[in-house]
Every structure is written in C-alpha cells, then in structure tokens.
Design a protein around this ligand. Structure first.
Ligand code: SF4
Ligand code: SF4
Length: 431
C-alpha cells in the first residue's frame, strides 16, 4: 500500500508489464478507520477444498478463507431477457442453462454445511425470473433455515406480469426484491443497460409499492455517467414506502465490462458524495465500515417514517458504539441516550407515549448478520429501516489476497462456495 496526499494506492508488480499503481481509496483517514473496524475472522464451518496452489486458486471455500458467507448467491440460470453492457455474468437472450431443482437442492445442502443458518440468500442469474421454475425455487429456499431471501432482478417480469408479482407477495415476510436501478436518466440507462429501462423500472416499482413488497434498489455507478445522481437516487428511494434502501456498486472490470481507468471510482468517492449531499441526513459518522469486510463494504442505517409520500430518516449507525460492533458482545442498548431513543420513536411515529413504556416494550433487532443485536422500540419493524450500502467488489485492477480472503459474498455451486469476486474474475481453480 502506498499513500500520497489523501489517497491510497495498491502498488503492483508484473514480470511482463513492470510496476503499476491502482487507486483504492481517496480518503486515507477513512481507510485507516476501516482497519479499526476489522473484526476477528468468522470462519465457515466447513471447507469444501484443500489448499493446493494457494489463494486465489483453491476457492471452494478453502480452509484459508477468513469469512463465512453473509450473502449466498444462487445463480439459477445464465439466460437473460437483456444484454447489458456491464453484465458481470455476460448473460444474454438465448444463453439458457436453467439449473435443475436437483442442482438447487445440492446448492442449498452445500451452503448449509458451511453455514447452518445463513443470513441471506440472493437468487440471481442471468435474469432469474426467466427460469420456468423460479417460483418453485423461491418457495423451496424460503422454507430453508434462512433469515432473508432476495430476488435479484431487472424488473421486467414484475412490470409485465401482475400474477408474477402477486406470487412474489405470497412469499411473505423475509422476502425482498433486489431491483436494478442505476439511473433516472434514459441516456445513462442506455449506456449501462443497452436500453432505456426507465418505464419498465417505474412500472415494476409501482407494482411493488401497491403490493408492499420489500424492495432494495441497486445502482451500478460509473464515473462521469451516473455518479452525480447518487443524491438523487437516495431522494427518489425515499418516495416509496416499499423501498428499504439503496445499494451502490462501483463498476468493476468483469464480464462484459470494458473497463477504463477514467470510469472507475472507489467506495470512498461514493461515500463522500453521500455525506456531502445536504438533502440526505447521513453524515460521515453514519456511513461506517462493515466489520467483516471493512474496506469493501460501507453501511449507513436509519430509522424511517413514511408519511405523505416521503420518508423521514434518522441515522442510527453513528450511534452504535464501535467496540460493541467489532467485539460483537451481546446486545447494544441505547437506553442511556434518552434523547436518541426519543428521536427514534418520534421518527418512526409510534402511537405509544415516549418513556418507560417504550423501553419496557423493547425488542431485539439485528441490522446486519455480523452486527450485534440492539434494543429498539417494539414497533420498529423492517418497514421502519432504511439503509444505504456501498459494496465494492474486487477485480484485476484492485485485487489483493488480503481483501479477497475477507469477502463475505459467495456464489453457491452444487459442490462449492466461491467468493463472488474470484468467481466473476474467472480465476482458474485447482480443484
Ligand atoms: S479467495 Fe478464499 S476460498 Fe478462494 S482461495 Fe482465497 S482463501 Fe481460499
Ligand atoms: S446485468 Fe442482469 S439484466 Fe443485465 S444482462 Fe446481466 S443478468 Fe441480464
């Protein structure tokens, strides 16, 4: 690592090309803070591969990996009804290869060996809604011992087929749609997605709102194209009751992306954009590193009250004591901070009076699988949570074996769990 002014670079050497530098952070102070948040390794319960060639050639998960799967991705098909310019999976219409139910069952069994009670499964592809058995797959996984199930989708089928959206609604609490939503500008959408998706996205969102299906917007951010829309995207998300937050992903050099240095941006540039925006309430102390993979994931959580078509937000993460997050000891209590509790209660607009009654009615909530539980008023359910997440994946430009070993997003295969980034980079594996 090399620092210059306030920036951090990865210094690399290749026998063919010589030395090069990759910008990995524009904020040295935040970079150092990430190291303070790093929590002790939380290892998978079972390794599927042995160490033969060393990282990153033994993925599976191998015994050297330093993190368990916080997020398990089930790729159920290579087929897609779009052909985005930035597709990490290089999907396209006609790619086919729908996974069988038998494969899905094997994938679940492989995951459960490494993680008895996974926090989050995300069904992905290709476009998973093109799979003829998608509802059967989602129902099967919803009945597995998993806290949260997500469908990662471009929204076309939700927009076009009401019966499909209604079937998703029937999956009930703990199911969420992870909806591609990169821009509010048709030209930017054409650049990223190879077509103007604006009307489709709005139709899908209207339907999700009407059915009140929990939804997270996910935006791929490309410098000079849609980075100036980050504040606008957060503001847009606040106009929907069903939206639980926005995930920003800096563009990465994988799949169909033809990366150029001048369109990359770092996690810290997106974070700065969020905290500089006066319209959203997230300040620097609210956008904090996620302790299991601090350099790659930054999160801000807020209590949300939706009234008159817009969400009031009160950031919570800045109030979490760092030691409680990193040491992961028991439950965090905000009881001592009466003003803060009062603000949370007022923000989520509970009908009960403030005071002892609220604190007696407290229940344990968990914001993220690797965080401690904390006490909240009884009525603070998932619909009262709004989160902003920045998730940066690794590619050839910013690859380093220390960070890749901390990755907590895994692609699940019938007999293996492969960190999402090494999977997308197509690194040839030893076994
Ligand atoms: S990325 Fe993780 S699973 Fe893959 S080889 Fe490295 S340590 Fe092992
Ligand atoms: S990014 Fe998603 S919607 Fe676009 S081609 Fe790839 S799988 Fe399809």
């Amino acid at each position: 690592m090399v620092t210059k002014d306030n920036a951090v670079y990865l210094r690399k050497f290749c026998p063919k090309c010589g030395e090069s530098m990759s910008l990995i952070s524009t904020d040295y102070e935040y970079y150092k803070t990430c190291d303070d948040y790093l929590k002790p390794p939380d290892l998978p319960e079972h390794a599927n591969t042995v160490v033969l060639k060393g990282c990153p050639f033994d993925c599976g998960v191998c015994p050297q990996h330093q993190n368990h799967p916080c997020l398990a991705l089930f790729n159920v098909t290579d087929e897609c009804n779009m052909k985005c310019h930035i597709c990490y999976h290089s999907s396209y219409p006609g790619a086919g290869n729908h996974r069988s139910m038998d494969d899905i069952k094997k994938m679940l069994s492989t995951l459960l060996k490494s993680e008895k009670e996974p926090d989050l499964i995300q069904v992905t592809g290709g476009e998973p809604s093109t799979h003829p058995q998608i509802l059967e797959i989602l129902t099967y996984l919803k009945n597995a011992p998993v806290r949260h199930l997500m469908l990662n989708t471009n929204g076309i089928r939700i927009a076009e087929e009401e019966s499909f959206a209604k079937a998703l609604k029937k999956l009930g609490v703990g199911f969420e749609v992870y909806l591609q939503f990169d821009s509010l500008n048709s030209e930017s959408l054409k650049d990223i997605r190879a077509r103007d998706m604006m009307d489709i996205r709005l139709q899908a969102l209207e339907r999700l709102e009407r059915l009140n299906i929990s939804t997270t917007l996910v935006s791929v951010i490309k410098k000079g194209l849609n980075d100036d829309e980050i504040p606008e995207l957060i503001d847009f998300a606040r106009k929907y009751r069903c939206i639980r937050g926005v995930v920003f992903q800096p563009i990465q050099d994988v799949g169909r992306v033809e990366s150029q240095d001048d369109f990359r941006l770092t996690l810290t540039e997106i974070r700065q954009n969020i905290i500089d925006d006066a319209k959203n309430p997230f300040m620097a102390e609210d956008m904090i590193p996620l302790p299991c993979d601090p350099h790659k994931i930054c999160v801000g959580y807020a209590a949300k009250n939706f009234k008159e078509g817009y969400a009031d937000l009160l950031p919570v993460t800045g109030k979490l004591p760092k030691s409680a997050i990193t040491e992961h000891k028991g439950t965090v209590s905000f009881e001592q901070d009466r003003d803060f509790v009062k603000n949370v209660v007022e923000t989520i607009n509970l009908e009960t009076a403030m005071g002892e009654a609220i604190l007696k009615d407290k229940i344990k909530q968990k914001l993220f699988c690797c965080w401690p539980s904390f006490l909240t008023p009884k009525n603070m359910g998932y619909e009262h949570v709004f989160r902003v997440v920045i998730m940066e994946f690794t590619d050839v430009y910013n690859f380093d074996t220390t960070n890749i070993k901390r990755e907590c997003n895994f692609m699940v295969e019938p007999d293996k769990l492969i960190p999402f980034s090494t999977h997308n980079m197509g690194i040839p594996q030893s076994q």
